[in-house]
Design a protein. Sequence first.
Length: 74
Amino acid sequence: MKGWRDAKLAVETGHTRMADPPTDVWYRPYDFKENIEAAMRQYLDWEVDLVPQVAPRRECEIHRLQTLSVDPHE
């Protein structure tokens, strides 16, 4: 990008001349007016499913935390 700007070539901003509509937008669960809990669950499912997708990549190092049992009355 720096070289492009240094060459004084035109630079566009925003969503101009896109080949396809943007489909990579993620709405926060509380952006919805209905089914907020379902949207939250969908997001959590996505987060959990991300680990197996990313784990095989050599440049990623994932540490899993152990779940501890804690007695809230202690």
